[in-house]
Structures are given as structure tokens and as C-alpha cells.
Design a binder for this molecule. Structure first.
Ligand code: KG4
Ligand code: ZN
Length: 356
């Protein structure tokens, strides 16, 4: 069954965004195509922390428990009732199948019972749009790095919807490498913010880790080699997780060097592409884009090459529903598109395939 999107873009209507693709249950209410009236999230960090990574089954069960109160709270904070919602936007991929299905089915039920149009959006397109929430006048073409726990990809986009993949990781995502290195060192999950903080506190020199070189000369990313090199470096230092405080002088240089190696790889690739095909803006999106060294080095790169750099504030950099609402309202519904209630999850949906 299809609920009609109406005759044209509803510029002043409210959009409810729902995001459950991984381990955060989030909902947001957006006014028109940009102003965030509320953005609420329920993090599952404490649930997954004992395992050092996300348990997919645990994640979907927690989404089931959290989705109703999270949506209710987003509506309450926006002082909005469901009768004012003109569109519900929800990611249909990529992500964890069980997690995606909770959001999709909840959104479908809302749309069916209230006769509201439904829009399935691409989670990565949500990240792509996240800097526009706070900086609507970003100029195209853009070079966009999406770097999170599940993705590390670099895109060139001439305009909204015209995404060209330039490079992607061959193995781990950068955020996954942060989380796994933290686990090896006995640090809490998620590892990215912890390593960022510890590395920032250490004034000494970082351990030197070699940058990966792919044998086929490609510009793709690779992080599994650095992760293994960290494992050996920890073993050489006789590091036993839990035996010493994380600020121990044996651990700090390794964490600092690891972060430097990851950031250097990301920034070197961005520099190469900017020189070959100069964009008018550089965007950093996804959880790892919160990293303070990556932000600093990217700003310095942008300044050196004359390219403005944009990234969202931290709450809009990690997974959130405001970015989902924004891409749904502006990019798709604003152009007359909506989905039928047959909408299904697509766990591997690429950003390149998400254009109009
Ligand atoms: O975008 P996100 O919230 O979820 C995914 O779609 O994956 O990203 C989560 C990832 C985790 O791997 C986390 O360790 C990493 O982002 N992260 C960071 C920082 N903050 C979050 N990595 C490095 N430095 C940070 N400050
Ligand atoms: Zn994400």
C-alpha cells in the first residue's frame, strides 16, 4: 500500500526521523527541510561494553524496548503531535538486519495507522547530509569522508545524489580498528573516544607504525595491518590489560602512534584526491570524524589547499535521526518521492546506488 506524498514538497511540515541501523535508537523531529526541533538518542554502549563490540541480537532487542519511548520523547521535546508529522523517514540500509527491521517496521506501523508518507533512506546518505544540518550553504562539488565503526569510504559528489566512490577500506573500518585496539589494550568500548582522549593527554612521541601500501597500488584504505602491528607492540612491552592504569608509559606511545597512523592514512588519501580533482568543500562524517586529531589535521589540510572543511557537532556526527530526517525531507520527499509500505531492509545498500 502506498500513502501518497501529495502534490509537491511540504516545506513547512514536520518530518519524524527514526534511526536504528546499528546500536543507537534515535528519533528526531525536523521542521521543513532543516531546523531540528528535537533529536533524541538512547545509546546501547553499556549493553555492548562487556563484549567489546556490538552483539547484533542484543542490539535489535534493545531497539525494540527503546523505540517507543525514544519517539515519544522526540515528539514531546518538539512539542509536536503525530497529527503534525507529514513524513516518516527511516534508513533501510546499510546496517544490521535485525536493527534495521525494528526501525522500518515501527515506521511502517506509524505511517499505516496515521496515513503518513514513508521514506526509506540510505544510512550513509544520512551521514553525507549531516554537515548540512548546521552548514546549509556548503558548496559542491564535495569530497566526503565517511568514517565510522562500519564504513571507511571516500566519495566525490558533484551534487546531492551524485555519489562516486573513490576509495573504501579493504578490511576493517577505521572505527572498528579503534574499537579492536582498545579491546586488546583492555580499554572500554567504544575505543575511539577513549584512545582519542588518552593520546591527547600524552606529550611524548608516538610509536611509529608503518603505513599500509596495497600491492595493486590502489588508493583504498586498510587498517588490519596496523591493528596487528599494535598487537605485536603490546606484546613486546609485556602489556597485560588491567594490570596497570591506561596512562602507563608502555601503553601511551602505542595508542598515540596508532591514532597517528590511522589519521595519517585518512588525511594522505584525502590530500591525494584533492590535488587530483579539487573539490570546493571537504566533509568529514561518521563517528570517527569526532576524532580530534583527524579534525585538526583535516582543517590544516583544507587551509593549506584552500578547501573549506565541514563536519557536524559530535552529537550529529555519530549515528542520529536528524540526518535521516534531513535526507528524507530535503533530498527525496522534497522531490516528490515516497515509498510503499512494502519497504524492506537492504543491509548492503551502497551510497552510489542511493541517488534519485
Ligand atoms: O557513526 P557511528 O556512531 O556508528 C556507526 O555507524 O558505526 O560510529 C561509531 C564509531 C565507533 O567505532 C567509535 O569508536 C568511533 O566511531 N568514534 C571515534 C571517536 N568517537 C567515536 N573514533 C575515534 N575518535 C573519536 N573521538
Ligand atoms: Zn553510521
Amino acid at each position: 500500500m502506498r500513502v501518497d506524498a501529495g502534490s509537491g514538497p511540504a516545506l513547512t511540515a514536520l518530518t519524524l526521523g527514526i534511526e536504528t541501523s546499528c546500536d543507537d535508537t534515535s528519533a528526531a523531529v525536523l521542521h521543513g527541510q532543516g531546523r531540528i526541533l528535537s533529536s533524541v538518542g538512547s545509546s546501547q554502549t553499556a549493553l555492548h561494553a562487556p563484549f567489546g563490540g556490538i552483539g547484533p541480537e542484543l542490539a535489535s532487542r534493545a531497539h525494540l524496548a527503546n523505540i517507543r519511548p525514544v519517539v515519544a520523547e522526540a515528539l514531546r521535546q518538539a512539542s509536536a503531535g503525530l497529527d503534525q508529522i507529514r513524513l516518516v523517514a527511516v534508513p533501510r540500509g546499510p546496517g544490521l538486519i535485525g536493527s534495521l527491521l525494528v526501525g522500518i517496521n515501527y515506521a511502517k506501523a506509524l505511517c499505516y495507522s496515521r496515513q503518513i508518507p514513508l521514506l526509506g533512506v540510505n544510512h550513509l546518505e544520512g551521514h553525507f547530509f549531516s554537515p548540512f544540518l548546521e552548514h546549509p550553504k556548503i558548496e559542491f562539488p564535495v569530497l566526503c569522508l565517511i568514517v565510522s565503526g562500519g564504513h571507511t569510504s571516500l566519495y566525490f559528489a558533484r551534487d546531492f545524489g551524485r555519489y562516486e566512490l573513490l576509495a573504501a577500506t579493504r578490511d576493517d573500518a577505521a572505527g572498528e580498528a579503534f574499537d579492536k585496539v582498545a579491546k586488546m589494550a583492555g580499554l572500554p568500548y567504544p575505543g575511539g573516544p577513549v584512545i582519542d582522549k588518552l593520546a591527547g593527554q600524552f606529550d611524548g612521541a608516538g610509536h611509529r607504525f608503518a603505513l599500509p601500501r596495497l600491492s595493486d597500488g590502489s588508493d583504498d584504505f586498510s587498517f588490519s595491518g596496523i591493528k596487528t602491528a599494535v598487537l605485536y607492540a603490546l606484546a613486546r612491552e609485556g602489556w597485560q590489560p588491567g594490570e596497570a592504569p591506561p596512562e602507563d608509559p608502555r601503553l601511551m606511545p602505542i595508542l598515540k602512534g596508532f591514532q597517528e597512523a590511522v589519521v595519517e592514512q585518512l588525511v594522505t588519501r584525502m590530500e591525494g584526491f584533492i590535488r587530483r580533482r579539487p573539490p570546493r568543500s571537504l566533509l568529514l562524517c561518521g563517528g570517527v570524524a569526532c576524532n580530534s586529531l583527524l579534525r585538526r589535521r583535516s582543517l590544516a589540510l583544507g587551509e593549506r589547499l584552500g578547501v573549506p572543511v565541514h563536519y557536524p557537532s559530535p552529537a550529529l556526527t555519530t549515528d542520529n535521526a536528524a540526518m535521516v530526517a534531513r535526507v528524507g525531507a530535503f533530498h527525496h520527499f522534497g522531490r516528490g518521492r515516497s515509498d510503499s509500505l512494502d519497504l524492506n531492509a537492504d543491509t548492503a545498500w551502497s551510497l552510489e546506488a542511493a541517488g534519485p
